[in-house]
Design a protein around this ligand. Structure first.
Ligand code: SF4
Ligand code: SF4
Length: 80
């Protein structure tokens, strides 16, 4: 499962609470703002969203996209 982590830099006040909350070190501070530099490590626990008082963080589960070939095969299988 993959997750998309977004920090609204307009809202971020640079408190670093999300850095402390994230056990897999997704965030780094750059120029006083939190940036999700290791988004691929995210396990979707949403602790960062809970601790951010500014409500600057959004974590969304990415839905895997089905290829055209997989879609075709699935249609063929379901047809029988
Ligand atoms: S917890 Fe929120 S306000 Fe604090 S650094 Fe992280 S994103 Fe910014
Ligand atoms: S959801 Fe959890 S793992 Fe993902 S960035 Fe936030 S604290 Fe880290």
């Amino acid at each position: 499962m993959a997750f998309q982590v977004i920090v609204d830099s307009e809202k971020c006040k640079g408190c670093e609470d999300c850095l402390e909350a994230c056990t897999v070190n997704v965030f780094e501070m750059r120029e006083g703002k939190s940036i999700p530099v290791h988004e691929e490590e995210c396990i979707g626990c949403r602790s960062c969203m809970e601790v951010c008082k500014e409500k600057a963080i959004t974590v969304e589960e990415l839905q895997p996209k089905m290829s055209e070939t997989a879609r075709f095969l699935l249609r063929e299988i379901l047809r029988d």
